[in-house]
Design a protein around this ligand. Sequence first.
Ligand SMILES: Nc1ncnc2c1ncn2[C@@H]1O[C@H](COP(=O)(O)OP(=O)(O)OP(=O)(O)O)[C@@H](O)[C@H]1O
Ligand SMILES: [Mg+2]
Length: 256
Amino acid sequence: MRITAIANQKGGVGKTSTCVNLCAGLGLLGRKVLLVDMDPQANSTSGVGIERDSLESSIYNLLVDGAPLFECTINTAWKGVSIIPSVIDLAGAEIELVSAISRETRLKKALKNADSFHHVIIDCPPSLGLLTLNSLVAAESIIVPIQCEYYALEGLSQLMNTIELVKSHLNATLALDGLLLTMFDSRTRLSKDVAAEVKSRFGDKVYKNTIPRNVRISEAPSHGMPVQYYDSDSPGSTAYNKFSKEALKRWQNKED
Ligand SMILES: Nc1ncnc2c1ncn2[C@@H]1O[C@H](COP(=O)(O)OP(=O)(O)OP(=O)(O)O)[C@@H](O)[C@H]1O
Ligand SMILES: [Mg+2]
């Protein structure tokens, strides 16, 4: 079982799209995957077709009440993919947890019981608060999506500092898996410039596959479907399947 957080405190960079479509991609490769939605916006939850109103337990119960993992996990309609859904109440958890015992390690502790899965993929909210902190403490590694737009690199040093802080105090073995360029538009100079700059700073850490800007990726969540199921022939579907293979290979190389 390998736990990976998808994190970037910058909003709207493709964390949730990457989370949902990576989980679907890994599922299609025959892996058993648990998606953990740590964002009160619950976009991953609705993105895999789970109705928030129908939920009995969620990540809130797991973090705040210490509910067992199996009670908060539900299967999705997509091959190999289960989810611990989020609810809007989770925004309150960030405050409720402030005074709680072992507040940074709640998720880590809960995920000890996730060993029936090959992968746990955590969707982080766009902040560096207690929910992201719990995710970084629980994770072995992190994937950072970078949107190929102006200011893409802004805030990245803050994220890297946070990773270093977590490493020195709470999770010494946390590793950066890689950076994924998202919403890449090969027709624009800007996309190419951003990609070149990220590659010059991070070298091999940048995944070879990039995710193109593709309308199918943005339409799929409103149908509650990963892009691979919404339109399997779309460039977005192909890109996320290729990225899923690359991510899997990177993890397997680390284990060798
Ligand atoms: N490759 C893409 N092509 C086109 N649209 C995309 C692509 N990736 C993401 N989007 C769209 O961009 C918006 C932001 O993406 P997403 O929700 O994945 O980002 P996020 O980082 O999770 O946002 P937040 O910080 O709010 O959680 C969404 O409307 C999504 O559908
Ligand atoms: Mg999101």
